[in-house]
Write a new protein. Structure first.
Length: 620
C-alpha cells in the first residue's frame, strides 16, 4: 500500500499576516516598504516573499507546454534549443572551413553575416560546401537592400542540392528597421521587399524571414520591460505590413523571428521570455490565423555586451553564464553566448571555445534541455511574468497610439527612450547604484590594461549598409557599454601617471578597517595604487609612513566620532605634501571643511566624477 502520510501535517501553516507581523518585529521599527520591497527599473514592486494566494488571480499557472498562449514554451516534450555561433564572412572558403570545424565541436546552428559584395551564388556554394543543411539550423544576414537577392540565391542552392524543404531550418534575416534605429536612415523603400521574400520562401515550413533585433536595444542599455514592449510593437509592425500586402497571416506569423538580448537579471530574464511568448500569442491571435501554431514566438537569445568589461574580463564569463541559464530556462529557440573578450579584441579560438562550452555545460551536464519550463509554478517567477507582461503591454499600446513602431522610430520616440535609459544607467553606475563587479565595485587592484583597448560599438557593417537607406534626420540609438566611462578613466590614468593612495588607519579597529577597504575599492576604480595598513598609534606616525611610501593621496580612515580628534591634526601635519582625503561623511564635516579639508569619499559620492576631480588635482 502506498504511504499517504502527509509530512509536517502537525504544523499549522502561518498566514501571510503572521509572516508580516514577524517581519515587522525583526525590522525593529524600520520601514518595511523601504527596507524589503524592491522597486524595479521595470516599474513595479517586488515583495520579499510570495505565497500561493498571490497567484490566485493569475492565468499563467494554468497554461500547458506547447499550447496556446505558449507562455510555458513552444514544445511539449523537451526544452531543446539550438547552440549557435555567428561568423562574419569575409572569405567564403575560410568561413566554410571554420563552420565545418565548429559543427564538430557542439554547434548545431550557424549564423552567417554576409557583406553585400559576397551575395553571389558562387559565394554561397563555397560557404555551404560540405554542410548537411537538413540537420543544421542556418541563419543568413546581409544588408536589407540585398536580402531579396540573398533569399533567391539560398532558395536556388537548396533546390539545386535537392534538400527536403520540410526539414530545412533556416533564416534569411530581413530587418530594415534595425538599420533605421542604429544608423538613423529612412528604410521605408526597403520594406516592400519583405512580402516578396516571405512569398519566395513559403514552401519551407521552418524558414524565417522577418526578424526583430531587440538585442540592439538590450546592448544599448534598455531595461527588460522596454526591450519586451518594443519587441512586440516591432514585430506587430512587420506582421501588419505583411498582412496588408496580402500575405496569409499564418505564413507571415510563422516566418517571424525575434532576436532578443539577455542581461544579468536572472529571474526577470526568465520571466521576460515567458511574458514575450504570452503577449505575442495574444497579438497574433487578433489577426485570426487558421491555426494556433502560428501564434508561437521563435526567439534567438544573445547574451548582452552592455555589461561586459575590458578590465577583469573573465568576470564576463560569470555574467554570460547566468544569462545563458536564464535564456535556456526561459525556453528560447536558439542561443548565442558572446565571447568574454569581444569588448577589446576579435574573439580568439579560446574565447569562442569557452562560449560554446558554456551552452554545452548547461545542456550536457546540467540537463537544462530535458525539462520544459521548470520555473512554472514558482510564485516569484509567475509574479514577474505577469508584472512584466502588464508593463510591457503599456509600452506596446503607447507605440500603437503613436501610429505604430515605424512611425514612432521616425519621430525618435523609441530612440529617445532608450538613450535616456542609457544615460540614467551610466549615472547610476557612476554613483555605484548599479554595480559592475571588477569595474566600479571590487576592482582588481593590480590589473593593468596591457594594451587592451575597447572596441568601438556598432562599427561593423557600415560600408555595406551605406547604400541601403535614404539620407534623413532620424535620430539613432547611442550604444555605450556601462563600463566604458570607468575604463576610459582607468586607461587614461595608467597611460599618464598612476598615483599612490595611502590609508592612514587609526582609532576604532572595526571602523578603520571597513573604511580603508571602502577607500581602496573606491580609488582603485581609477587604477590608483592603494596601500592599506593595519593601523597607526598617532597621526604623525601615519603621515610619516605615507610620505616614506611617496604617497600622492593620504586617506584618513577612522570612526565618525574620532575624526574630530584626528582629521585636522593629520591635515595640518601633512601640510600640503599630498592630497588629504577623509573616508566618510562625519557629523563634524563642516568643521573639517572650515579647517581647509575639502576631500571626502563616502557611499553618496559620485565615484566617477570624484575620481575625475582627483585626477585633475593631481595633474593627470
Amino acid at each position: 500500500m502506498a504511504n499517504k502520510e502527509k509530512l509536517f501535517s502537525e504544523f499549522q501553516a502561518p498566514t501571510t499576516q503572521e509572516w508580516l507581523d514577524k517581519i515587522e518585529v525583526d525590522l525593529k521599527g524600520a520601514d518595511f516598504q523601504k527596507r524589503l520591497v524592491w522597486r524595479t527599473n521595470e516599474g513595479f514592486n517586488v515583495q520579499p516573499f510570495y505565497r500561493r494566494e498571490d497567484l490566485a488571480n493569475l492565468k499563467t499557472p494554468d497554461a500547458l507546454p506547447g499550447e496556446f498562449p505558449f507562455v510555458r514554451g513552444n514544445k511539449k516534450d523537451s526544452n531543446e534549443w539550438y547552440v549557435r555561433q555567428n561568423l562574419a564572412v569575409s572569405n567564403p572558403q575560410e568561413a566554410n572551413a571554420k563552420a565545418l570545424d565548429i559543427l564538430n565541436k557542439g554547434i548545431n546552428s550557424l549564423g552567417f553575416r554576409i557583406p553585400k559584395d559576397l551575395v553571389t551564388a558562387e559565394a554561397i556554394d563555397a560557404l555551404l560546401e560540405g554542410i548537411y543543411c537538413e540537420v543544421v539550423d542556418l541563419n543568413f544576414r546581409t544588408c536589407p537592400c540585398h536580402a531579396l537577392k540573398l533569399a533567391e540565391i539560398v532558395d536556388a542552392y537548396f533546390t539545386k542540392k535537392g534538400f527536403d524543404k520540410e526539414k530545412l531550418s533556416f533564416t534569411v534575416g530581413f530587418d530594415p528597421i534595425e538599420n533605421l534605429l542604429t544608423k538613423g536612415k529612412d528604410v521605408t523603400p526597403r520594406l516592400a521587399d519583405g512580402p516578396k521574400i516571405v512569398e519566395l520562401l513559403k514552401a519551407y515550413p521552418k524558414a524565417h524571414v522577418m526578424t526583430v533585433h531587440t538585442e540592439t536595444l538590450n546592448n544599448a542599455g534598455a531595461y527588460i520591460v522596454q526591450e519586451l514592449g518594443y519587441a512586440l510593437a516591432w514585430g506587430n509592425e512587420y506582421l501588419q505590413q505583411l498582412v496588408d500586402a496580402g500575405v496569409d497571416v499564418d505564413l507571415a506569423a510563422r516566418q517571424m523571428k525575434f532576436y532578443m538580448g539577455v542581461s544579468e537579471n536572472y529571474f526577470m530574464e526568465i520571466a521576460k521570455f515567458r511574458a514575450a511568448r504570452l503577449l505575442w500569442a495574444q497579438i497574433v491571435k487578433q489577426y485570426e490565423p487558421k491555426c494556433d501554431c502560428a501564434c508561437k514566438m521563435t526567439i534567438n537569445a544573445t547574451t548582452s555586451t552592455y555589461n561586459q568589461t575590458v578590465f577583469d574580463s573573465y568576470v564576463n564569463l560569470l555574467r554570460s553564464q547566468t544569462e545563458a541559464m536564464s535564456a535556456a530556462l526561459g525556453g528560447v529557440h536558439s542561443m548565442v553566448v558572446t565571447p568574454f573578450d569581444v569588448t577589446y579584441e576579435k574573439p580568439t579560438d579560446f574565447s569562442e571555445r569557452i562560449a560554446r562550452n558554456q551552452q554545452l555545460l548547461i545542456k550536457e551536464e546540467a540537463h537544462f534541455d530535458r525539462i520544459v519550463d521548470p520555473s512554472a509554478g514558482s510564485y516569484y517567477i509567475e509574479h514577474l511574468t505577469d508584472a512584466l507582461a502588464t508593463e510591457a503591454w503599456k509600452i506596446f499600446l503607447k507605440i500603437e497610439d503613436e501610429g505604430g513602431f515605424l512611425e514612432a522610430c521616425k519621430k525618435g520616440i523609441v530612440q529617445d527612450d532608450i538613450n535616456a535609459t542609457n544615460v540614467k544607467r551610466h549615472g547610476d553606475a557612476a554613483k555605484r547604484k548599479e554595480f559592475l563587479l571588477g569595474t566600479n565595485q571590487f576592482p582588481n587592484f593590480t590589473e593593468k590594461s596591457e594594451g587592451k583597448r575597447p572596441v568601438a560599438a556598432g562599427c561593423c557593417q557600415k560600408s555595406e549598409n551605406s547604400d541601403c537607406s535614404e539620407n534623413s534626420e532620424i535620430k539613432a540609438i547611442k550604444t555605450t557599454r556601462l563600463a566604458a566611462d570607468f575604463e576610459d578613466l582607468r586607461i587614461h590614468t595608467e597611460e599618464t601617471k598612476v598615483p599612490t593612495a595611502f590609508m592612514l588607519t587609526i582609532g576604532n579597529l572595526a571602523m578603520r578597517q571597513a573604511r580603508a577597504q571602502f577607500s581602496c575599492n573606491f580609488l582603485a576604480c581609477a587604477g590608483y595604487k592603494v596601500i592599506d595598513n593595519l593601523g597607526f598609534k598617532t597621526v604623525e606616525e601615519g603621515v610619516d609612513a605615507a610620505l616614506e611610501a611617496k604617497a600622492d593621496i593620504v586617506v584618513i580612515c577612522s570612526s565618525d566620532d574620532e575624526y574630530a580628534e584626528y582629521a585636522i591634526p593629520a591635515f595640518k601635519y601633512l601640510n600640503g605634501r599630498a592630497m588629504f582625503v577623509v573616508a566618510g561623511a562625519p557629523a563634524c564635516m563642516e568643521d573639517l571643511k572650515a579647517a581647509g579639508i575639502e576631500n571626502f569619499i563616502h557611499v553618496r559620492c559620485n565615484v566617477l566624477e570624484t575620481l575625475k576631480e582627483y585626477n585633475a588635482k593631481l595633474g593627470i
